[in-house]
Design a protein around this ligand. Structure first.
Ligand SMILES: *Cc1c(COP(=O)(O)O)cnc(C)c1O
Length: 384
């Protein structure tokens, strides 16, 4: 593997394509929009889009304009981009000019879009995001009314192609009543919109969790994030799938591995402390490997004296405090470790695997958070 890199992330192409096939086979009908916000959940926007297109995906969802710019520069001409969140006021012209679809959740951004559409002489393609109970973005009833009027008055400039909403936690059974209420609210609003003579062709509400737990929310499009990367939104979602589909084993494959190399090896005598302060005391003679990855790379400081890495396919505990740029692994029981040997922080090495979920036991981070906090600056390499 790359000998010139300090740390890198490997993207397993076969595993990713396998997951896409899983989605395509199990969720037939709706358009599958690949959600690539948060740097494609840490996997890399520039790396994931070409693979997704190879796997037959041609719809992508991002959170904000900056992500849309990155996605736009790598996607095929025929793929559709949709911004689900933030667009700066002065950027609607660029968005409309480049045929990028976007959520509208207040009347003022709709007016902004009308103005921009007139200027660039192109129709804005909007999805009305309805407030159904999440109480975040989403048009409240009175604003919905106002927005529909703006759209009618400007039908030369605005194309209402979608109506959507987002659930307040479909991955947890504790939210079941709230989700059901959201579905009812959504359908009520949709009826109203259709009564006014609109015929939006893309009705959508489901993220990964709802796609599995509430199959009737799949509608015309599903916004699938975490599943495509081989992770479940929650244990409950996984259980729900296993029961519904009578699957014994996890049908998803993890796509991302995170690696580094041993930078230095040394022996520490009994009675010494290792690394900063007194967090780790060597009761016996210790052999340690210094790894050039620290909390500035997203390796959480809460993993001090808690985490583990793989060296020569064996588990090496992280000892002492995680530093800004380095961590220390206990390799006392692993033979012949030398500078330059591969270290696995996430993923498989020989017969052992470090799971993303193992981090959350010490850091309280959910898999979404750990993945998206992996810095953009770590190189992403495709493993074919
Ligand atoms: C992040 C997000 C999704 C995807 O969520 P997953 O749980 O990763 O599938 C879908 N819709 C919206 C509005 C989102 O913000």
């Amino acid at each position: 593997m790359p000998s010139n890199l300090r740390t890198w992330i490997e993207i397993d192409k076969k595993a990713y394509l396998h997951n896409l096939k899983f989605l395509q086979q199990n969720f037939k009908g709706p358009i599958i929009s690949s959600v690539i916000k948060g740097n494609a959940y840490g996997h890399g926007i520039e790396q994931i889009i070409p693979l997704a297109q190879e796997g037959g995906i041609n719809h992508f969802s991002v959170f904000s304009l900056d992500e849309a710019c990155r996605a736009y520069s790598v996607k095929n001409k025929t793929s559709t981009l949709m911004i689900m969140g933030f667009i700066p006021h002065d950027s609607y012209e660029w968005v409309i000019e480049h045929d990028i679809q976007f959520f509208v959740y207040n009347a003022s951004s709709l007016l902004q879009a009308v103005k921009a559409a007139k200027k660039v002489r192109k129709k804005a393609k909007v999805h009305l995001e309805i407030e159904t109970g999440m109480n975040r973005t989403g048009l409240d009833d009175d604003y919905l009314d106002k927005s529909l009027k703006i759209i009618s008055d400007n039908n030369k400039h605005i194309d209402l192609i979608g109506v959507c909403t987002h659930f307040a936690g479909a991955e947890s059974i504790a939210n079941h009543v709230r989700i059901k209420r959201q579905i009812i609210n959504f359908n009520r609003n949709l009826t109203l919109i259709k009564k006014r003579g609109f015929t939006p062709k893309l009705i959508h509400m489901a993220s990964s969790a709802a796609t599995i737990v509430y199959p009737r929310t799949r509608k015309d499009l599903v916004r699938t994030g975490i599943l495509q990367y081989g992770f479940w939104p929650s244990y409950e979602t996984r259980m729900s799938f296993m029961q519904r589909f009578k699957h014994g084993i996890d049908p998803l494959r993890r796509v991302l591995s995170w690696k580094s190399t041993v930078m230095h090896v040394k022996t520490v005598e009994p009675g010494e402390f290792i690394s900063y302060g007194t967090a780790y005391f060597a009761h016996e003679k210790k052999k340690i490997a210094i790894v050039p990855v620290g909390y500035s790379d997203g390796f959480n400081r809460a993993l001090s004296n808690n985490g583990r890495v793989l060296v020569h396919g064996k588990i090496a505990p992280v000892i002492g405090l995680v530093n800004m740029n380095m961590l220390i692994a206990d390799i006392t029981s692993i033979k012949n470790v030398k500078a330059g040997d591969e270290v696995v922080l996430i993923g498989k090495q020989k017969n052992n695997t470090i799971q993303v979920s193992s981090f959350s036991e010490f850091t309280q981070q959910i898999n979404y958070e750990l993945l998206t906090r992996l810095p953009d600056t770590i190189p992403r390499l495709i493993k074919n």
